[in-house]
Design a protein. Structure first.
Length: 298
């Protein structure tokens, strides 16, 4: 049936939520179902009864037994025994740890890491003592104070000459300028080592090159230059051919004499080379194989 006109509306906010806390009657009912001995029962599950009550130690032992049964590798671990450290006195202030590397190998750890740890732990500070930070003594100023200057002047006498404090009978010698000391050094070197002061200057003749045909060049005074450098001709030939990247030979062999391509001692090169090219090559050879790098002598 519909509501009558003019009737006030009725609002329904739902049923009131029941409290989850058990009432006194429900508790008494559970105790009666549990029996006269007051044993706990699981409500809604038929045939359930509580098991025995274990103490903490019994449960812990039971847990260990289960772990050993399921994982025997965890319970039967090998025991690693390290050798005791062997230390020997070395002098009055040092100690040698003899089997240090062997112990690091047994621990399977790098020696450098163990060394750093040992040095950090074996600090000079005593256990329990507060750390003392020593930044060293303060550097004294090198500038002499006014009192020290006056003291030196008094000890030096009326003339104000320099004296060495603590040495009797000492007096300063004459003061030399730089140029005088340098000339004196040269004189001593010449007196002690005349070979160093009177060096002979080696002057080489400039290379003389002549065209032989359209594709060859003859180095005329090649053997003479090798004799002045005091180096074997074969070695210089190999150097020249390697640097020029060409072919060549010393005149005087049967083939060159028959062709009339120069006299004995000439170097026949294949290509067009000027005297300036040969001169730069000689400078390089002298720098590498003739001149000493230390004393610059030939």
């Amino acid at each position: 049936m519909g509501d009558e006109e003019g009737a006030e509306p009725v609002f329904d906010f739902g049923a009131k939520k029941k409290s989850k806390k058990k009432t006194q009657k429900e508790k008494e009912k559970v105790e009666e179902e549990g029996g006269a001995d007051g044993e706990n029962v699981l409500v809604g599950v038929e045939g359930w009864a509580p098991g025995p009550v274990f103490e903490y130690s019994e449960m812990l032992n039971r847990l260990y037994e289960i772990i050993e049964a399921k994982n025997p590798s965890l319970s039967n671990k090998e025991r690693y025994v390290l050798k005791p450290p062997q230390c020997v006195r070395v002098g009055s202030k040092r100690v040698a740890w003899v089997n240090f590397s062997e112990i690091c190998g047994m621990m399977k750890r790098p020696v450098e890491h163990v060394v750093q740890f040992v040095l950090a732990e074996f600090g000079d500070d005593e256990e329990g003592a507060e750390p003392v930070f020593d930044f060293g003594a303060k550097k004294k100023s090198k500038k002499k104070s006014q009192k020290e200057k006056e003291k030196v002047e008094e000890e030096g006498g009326a003339d104000g000459g320099d004296v060495l404090v603590g040495v009797e009978g000492w007096a300063p010698g004459p003061v030399f300028e730089y140029s005088e000391m340098l000339n004196r050094l040269y004189e001593i070197i010449e007196a002690k080592n005349p070979s160093l002061s009177n060096k002979e200057r080696y002057v080489l003749k400039p290379p003389q090159c002549v065209r032989v045909g359209s594709k060859r060049v003859a180095w005329v005074n090649f053997s003479e230059i090798c004799g002045m450098m005091k180096r074997p001709v074969e070695h210089v030939v190999q150097f020249v051919l390697a640097e020029f990247g060409t072919e060549g030979s010393i005149a005087g062999a049967a083939t060159t004499r028959s062709e009339g391509q120069g006299q004995d001692g000439q170097l026949i090169l294949k290509g067009r080379y000027l005297p300036k090219h040969c001169e730069s090559l000689l400078r390089k050879y002298i720098k590498e194989y003739v001149t000493c790098e230390m004393c610059k002598s030939a």
